[in-house]
Design a protein around this ligand. Structure first.
Ligand SMILES: Cc1cc2nc3c(=O)[nH]c(=O)nc-3n(C[C@H](O)[C@H](O)[C@H](O)COP(=O)(O)O)c2cc1C
Length: 184
């Protein structure tokens, strides 16, 4: 059974990741989820736990993780997908920062890492965010594009998370070593 590790960072699109986890689980993958503190403001870990059937990891220093859960999760993952990926987590990866469970586990991982950005258009077009995304791409991360549309904040433009079906297909294609057609 293939292991899919899903990182959820704190964007409004967090709720869309629930369906990705649900489908992956139904399709027979073992799915583990790591949530940032901000992500837990949008969706409770319980929802991802119920969908994945695995305990959701949120805290580096939780006694249950004293066995270095970040190393174990990273080593076992066949793919690590960050959905949605905030400007913040993108910046942390690009800068080599590991200050929570998600960023630390991302630093350990050697499997294919997929980044699905989602943010306000101005954030997405910010020069530092674009430079960070470019940095990730040139270091072998699979950075998906966003879609244009009406954002939760009322703005219209780039930065909207791709439809969950597209992200799901991309994850499966990578696991099956197929063409990465959505790569930006
Ligand atoms: C209602 C609301 C929606 C937000 N949506 C996004 C978003 O879609 N993308 C993003 O990059 N940040 C978004 N943020 C800001 C992040 O939550 C904030 O930058 C946070 O520090 C991210 O932390 P994390 O990357 O550790 O999850 C939002 C904040 C609020 C209050």
């Amino acid at each position: 059974m293939k292991n899919v590790l899903i990182g959820v960072s704190g964007g409004i699109a967090c709720y869309k990741t629930i369906e990705i986890v649900n489908q992956l689980k139904k399709d027979g993958y073992n799915v583990n989820v790591i949530m940032t503190k901000a992500a837990q403001e949008f969706v409770r870990p319980l929802t991802f736990q119920a969908m994945s059937g695995n305990v959701v990891v949120t805290d580096m220093f939780e006694p249950a993780n004293w066995d270095m859960k970040h190393i174990e999760l990273a080593k076992n993952a066949d793919i690590f997908a960050v959905v949605p990926a905030t400007a913040n987590i993108i910046g942390k990866i690009a800068s080599g920062i590991a200050d929570d469970m998600l960023s630390t586990t991302l630093m350990v991982a050697k499997c294919p890492i997929l980044i699905a950005p989602a943010m306000n258009t101005a954030m997405y077009e910010n020069a530092f965010v674009q430079a960070n995304l470019q940095k990730l791409t040139s270091n072998g991360y699979i950075v998906l594009k966003t879609q244009d549309g009406l954002l939760a904040c009322g703005d219209e433009g780039k930065g909207k998370l791709l439809p969950f079906e597209d992200i799901l297909k991309e994850i499966k294609d990578i696991l099956n070593n197929e063409k990465r057609h959505l790569k930006s």
